[in-house]
Every structure is written in C-alpha cells, then in structure tokens.
Ligand binder design. Structure first.
Ligand SMILES: *[C@@H]1O[C@H](CO)[C@@H](O)[C@H](O)[C@H]1NC(C)=O
Ligand SMILES: *[C@@H]1O[C@H](CO)[C@@H](O)[C@H](O)[C@H]1NC(C)=O
Ligand SMILES: *[C@@H]1O[C@H](CO)[C@@H](O)[C@H](O)[C@H]1NC(C)=O
Length: 160
C-alpha cells in the first residue's frame, strides 16, 4: 500500500516537472498585433528548455504550418525577423517544439492602410491598465489612449 502511494506521488511529480520544463512564449517586437506594410517585425520563442528545439510557424490565408525561412522571414528555429512585412503575412503565429507542445498563439494583422491601433500582444487581465496607440503612417504620429479593463463584463474606455 505504502509503495503504491509513493509511486503515485512520483508520477505526479514527474508530470508536474514535464509541464513546467517544456514551455515557450512567443514574443513580438515591437509589441503589437497590428502593423503597417513595410514594418520591421521581430518574433522570438522565449524558451525554458532550448534543447526541445522550438520552431516558429505560421498559418496565413495562403499557406499552413510554414516555418520561418521557408518563403518568409530570416532566421531559423526560435527567432525570426521579417524585415518588410506584407499584408499577406497576416495570420496566426506560434512556436512548436519537436515533442509537440506549442506556445501561445499570436494573430498578426498587416494593413496597407494608413492608421493602425497598436495594442498589447499578451492577454490583458481585468484591472490592468492598457495603453493603446493610434498610429498614422504618413506623417508618422501617434495618439495615446489609455484604458482600464473593468472588473465586470465589457471594458470601460477612459481616454486620457
Ligand atoms: C494551421 O493550419 C493547420 C492546417 O490547416 C491546422 O491543422 C491548424 O489547426 C492551424 N493552426 C492554427 C493555430 O490555426
Ligand atoms: C533580428 O534583428 C535583430 C535586431 O536588428 C538582430 O539583433 C537579430 O540578430 C536578428 N535575428 C535574426 C535571426 O536575423
Ligand atoms: C486569430 O484570428 C482568428 C480569426 O479571426 C480567430 O478565430 C482566433 O481566435 C484568433 N486567435 C487568437 C489567439 O487571437
């Protein structure tokens, strides 16, 4: 009986460890999910365990599961630069390890238009202060908006 219990604890410990050691987070720089055509965008998988072999992949309207360097971006494995981003680069981006786990996903939208809303890429918690920037391409200006996420449904928009 005693033996079974310790075996169970060992199993739980092992699964906890494998959950925490095999993770990556996709970061986007500049931190925004909207870009102008022609912008420079740098993507990287911030990993806990680099031996897991993280690869950056994306789905766009034209191609699925392509990796950086395979027709888009420069770089290999966990970091990638897109020196001139096109509207066709809009899509969902994520990091994937050889063993299968994937990171958070990020939707990037590239516009050929003249105004974008620059908002944080990471999920926003209630009560957080969030900074949004309205940016225009020509002339390059930005208008700062500041909002606080309301604790209940919806969000209150307080422009400051
Ligand atoms: C990417 O496309 C593949 C193939 O269509 C699909 O199986 C997968 O779920 C898509 N991934 C995301 C994150 O949308
Ligand atoms: C991406 O660009 C950054 C900043 O210009 C540079 O430091 C980095 O080495 C580049 N990475 C790759 C994979 O080209
Ligand atoms: C990305 O965009 C697609 C289509 O607009 C949407 O279904 C999906 O939930 C979005 N994913 C994220 C992580 O925002």
């Amino acid at each position: 009986m005693m033996k079974n219990t310790s075996a169970l604890w060992l199993l739980i410990l092992i699964s906890l460890l494998s959950c925490t050691t095999n993770q990556a987070r996709l970061t986007v720089s500049p931190s925004s999910s909207q870009f102008f055509e022609g912008d420079f965008v740098s993507l990287s998988c911030e990993e806990d365990d680099s031996s897991a072999g993280w690869t950056l992949r994306r789905n766009t309207s034209k191609q699925q599961r392509t990796q950086c360097g395979d027709g888009w971006g420069e770089g290999a494995g966990p970091s990638c630069n897109i020196s001139y981003i096109f509207t066709l680069d809009s899509g969902v981006y994520w990091c994937e390890s050889r063993e299968g786990p994937i990171s958070n996903m990020v939707n990037l939208t590239v516009t050929g238009g003249s105004v974008i809303l620059q908002s944080p890429v990471l999920p926003v918690m209630e009560g957080d202060d969030v900074t949004l920037l309205c940016k225009t391409k020509t002339p390059p200006t930005s208008q700062l908006l500041s909002i606080k996420m309301a604790p209940s449904s919806g969000s209150s928009l307080q422009v400051t």
